[in-house]
Ligand binder design. Structure first.
Ligand code: URA
Length: 434
């Protein structure tokens, strides 16, 4: 079998056989097939798509590229949550502790920044000392003790996703239903879950810009889960503006911490509570979804979710005090305000532009080997629908290096639209699939 022939066949829209997909995944994971050929293959998939059979096989091969964690010795239902990627999306740090505080076992394997979106692992690593590279044994032990652990893909767990994810990030091949589905489902199935809650984002800051595509992505992942005997439920949620106010690694940790102390933005709190409730219900800690909602809220209000996050941060080597004393987190050295050119209503905040601008000043990567600057990012001062005066501050850019600030500031300015009329309110949670 030759890689170049498989690239060509996928480029021409043909369906690949299971053993051909296996050849590609295995070859790339063990280093026999180089980045440039896999980049080309990914681009062919981006344009030609994949059949359900191909996606299932790709997911299975990626899952089998490493070990699968056996969590059967830990009592209770194991439930995780994953987002398809958004801007300012820090719900993982809120929902996972809330569900774990309610007694659900939450093995959470996450990814790094992808495209214009942020990554849970990069955000966590902005907490001084925090380790995401737990061994499988450490992961299992922490789950048994605390009911929650955050890890990334490794040489043992879903290594194919780790390599493909990093390559997609820098080859403009992220926004593809088969590639997103296989990436998410392979790592989620590797971590030993029983059930999964998915947050499928749609809108200008999501990889899926149209609800019909988001629905197809959700259905593909729910279908993969069903074939693997896992209960998967997907919420399709609005990503037409950043979630909450903070965008950027340490900045998002600060906002998540405030939200877990019941002092967070309304949209972030609402979505986090709903996702946590679904985890609690699927985790069999409530008899109905309504009861699960009350449980999630109780753990937010009484601070037990926040306490759980602090325990987990300490267990993974991080400084839990950084969740209260934000000066212990990396802090930017420069700040630039973006103001409104006129009075009116904020009618658009293009979340993709905000994400790209944040990456431009260092919150994301241009190349695989780039380091992230954990301190930088953007804090919105307004949300869609708010009234502003001419000269009102729309957002602030926090940076540590001057070189890209002008370009990023121009992009952020263009991300806002100020209109004479108040825009219609948009629903945050649009649909449930599964
Ligand atoms: N999250 C993932 O883990 N993979 C993707 O491809 C997109 C979002």
């Amino acid at each position: 079998m030759r890689t170049v022939d498989l690239i060509q066949r996928k480029r021409d829209g043909e369906e690949l056989a299971p053993e051909e997909i296996e050849f590609l995944v295995e070859g790339y994971t063990n280093g026999d097939i180089p980045d440039y050929q896999v980049s080309s293959f990914l681009m062919a998939v981006y344009f030609s798509g994949m059949s359900d059979r191909e996606v299932s096989r790709l997911t299975e091969c990626m899952l089998r590229s490493g070990e699968t964690v056996d969590l059967s010795a830990i009592p209770g239902h194991k439930v995780d949550k994953h987002s398809t990627g958004g801007v300012g999306d820090k719900t993982s740090f809120i929902v996972a502790p809330l569900a774990a505080a309610a007694g659900v076992v939450v093995p959470m394997m996450s990814g790094r920044a992808l495209g214009h979106t942020g990554g849970t692992l990069d955000k966590l690593e902005s907490i001084p000392g925090f380790r995401t590279n737990l061994s499988t044994e450490e992961f299992r032990k922490q789950l048994a003790e605390l009911g929650l652990a955050f890890i990334g893909q490794s040489d043992e767990l879903a290594p194919a996703d780790r390599k493909l994810y990093a390559l997609r990030d820098v080859t403009a091949t992220v926004e593809s239903i088969p590639l997103i589905s296989s990436s998410i489902m392979s790592k989620k199935l590797a971590e030993g879950i029983d059930s999964l809650v998915l947050d499928v984002k749609v809108g200008n800051g999501a990889f899926m810009k149209k609800q019909v595509d988001a629905r197809r992505l959700a259905q593909t992942m729910v279908g993969i889960g069903r074939r693997m005997d896992k209960k998967v439920q997907a919420l399709i949620t609005d990503m037409n503006q950043p979630l909450g106010y903070a965008v950027g690694n340490a900045l998002e940790i600060m906002e998540a911490s405030q939200t877990l102390q019941n002092a967070g933005p309304a949209d972030l709190t609402k979505l986090s509570l709903e996702l946590a409730a679904r985890m609690i219900f699927l985790g069999k800690k409530a008899g109905s979804l309504d009861e699960a909602r009350l449980i999630a809220e109780k753990h937010l209000v009484d601070g037990s979710g926040y306490k759980k996050l602090k325990q987990v941060v300490a267990a993974q080597g991080g400084n839990p005090q950084a969740l209260d004393k934000f000066e212990l987190l990396p802090n930017a050295t420069g700040m630039r305000e973006i103001t409104s050119p006129r009075a009116g209503y904020v009618s658009v905040i293009d979340a993709e532009d905000i994400g790209v601008a944040s990456n431009m000043i260092g919150a994301g990567r241009d190349k695989k080997e780039d380091a992230i600057d954990p301190a930088v990012g953007i804090i919105l001062e307004v949300k869609v629908g708010e009234k502003v005066d001419a000269g009102s501050v729309l957002c602030r850019l926090y940076y540590t290096k001057e070189d890209k600030v002008e370009e990023a500031a121009d992009m952020v300015e263009d991300a806002f639209r100020i209109s004479a009329g108040k825009p219609d309110e948009r629903e945050l949670i649009l649909e449930v699939v599964g």
